[in-house]
Write a protein that binds this ligand. Structure first.
Ligand SMILES: Cc1cc2nc3c(=O)[nH]c(=O)nc-3n(C[C@H](O)[C@H](O)[C@H](O)COP(=O)(O)O)c2cc1C
Length: 278
């Protein structure tokens, strides 16, 4: 018997969390409308699974849980660190809804990667979707996304995912677990590691060395010795330090960052719409 829905996400700048939470809530409401009156939901920040955040834990899901998992797209892939996090999550046959959020360029191989890894971790993937959000590195790209239209699509995607789930969980066909037809998600698992961008956040003179940036960095790229810099070898440019800075001191500064921003703003202005696979 399904008892709860867990929205799990890695979300350096907050958009993936927002999308995952909305879909978790909508899905729970839709499931409550049918056979599962007492269904509850909760959220889980996958940053807790990062070794650098000290909680050396793993998660064992059960067949009483539906997981909604959201990851951000970085260079057309899921971030390398998410693979480390995913290796600590055991599906044990739980149902999963796979989500990626991307900045109006392309979600590349990311949704396919998430789908493949989730299957490998023992989940039964019910559906998968790619939603658009403001680009975390270049905020003028997809500036107001997700907007009202995107929210409508999230509601629609939740409703049809719930409809499919009900066929499995509201009838006595538990033997159907593991017999889901494959989802036709475009992409492949590239052999090479995801490309890292050569631009990294630094802090300007507004920095008060409070260390918030170091606390939130998922890859340990900021050292107490020099809080204003990010180690280019470690930094994945994810923007979590920029979002966390209470002084608004951190950003992508310098001529390369400026030129890249201008180019991306010109390239990725044409509106993309959410896509899903059921
Ligand atoms: C390092 C980096 C690489 C990115 N690469 C892509 C990309 O290849 N395609 C795209 O459309 N958006 C890309 N984005 C934008 C993010 O996918 C998008 O802003 C996402 O919603 C961020 O999620 P978050 O707010 O949960 O961190 C990238 C962002 C970062 C920080």
């Amino acid at each position: 018997m399904i008892k709860n829905v867990v929205g799990m996400y890695f979300s350096p700048s907050g958009a993936t969390a927002k999308i995952t939470k909305k879909i978790t809530i909508e899905l729970t409401d839709n499931m409550r409308d049918s056979c599962l009156d007492d269904l509850s939901y909760s959220f889980y920040d996958m940053l807790c699974l990062s070794e650098r955040h000290g909680i050396n834990t793993s998660i064992d899901c059960t067949d009483e849980t539906i997981v909604v998992m959201g990851l951000p797209v970085m260079s057309g892939r899921i971030p390398e660190i998410c693979k480390e996090m995913l290796s600590k999550v055991n599906g044990n046959g739980a149902y999963l809804i796979a989500l990626v959020s991307y900045g109006n360029n392309s979600y590349g191989d990311a949704l396919y990667e998430l789908y493949t890894y989730a299957n490998e971790r023992g989940f039964n993937v019910i559906s998968a979707a790619a939603f658009i959000a403001q680009h975390s590195m270049f905020p003028k790209v997809a500036e107001s996304r997700p907007d009202a239209n995107d929210i409508k699509k999230m509601i629609e995607f939740s409703r049809i995912s719930a409809k499919k789930l009900k066929r499995f969980v509201c009838t006595d066909i538990s033997s159907m677990r593991g017999r889901l037809a494959p989802l036709m998600i475009p992409g492949s698992i590239p052999k090479r590691k995801p490309m890292k961008l050569p631009i990294h956040p630094t802090a300007n003179s507004l920095c008060i060395s409070c260390g918030k940036c170091k606390e939130v960095c998922p890859v340990g790229a900021i050292s107490t010795d020099d809080l204003r810099k990010s180690d280019p070898k470690e930094c994945i440019s994810c923007t979590s330090c920029i979002k966390a800075c209470p002084q608004d001191a951190r950003g992508f500064y310098g001529s390369l960052a400026r030129a890249t921003r201008i180019a991306r703003e010109k390239l990725h202005f044409k509106r993309k719409d959410p896509e899903w696979f059921i």
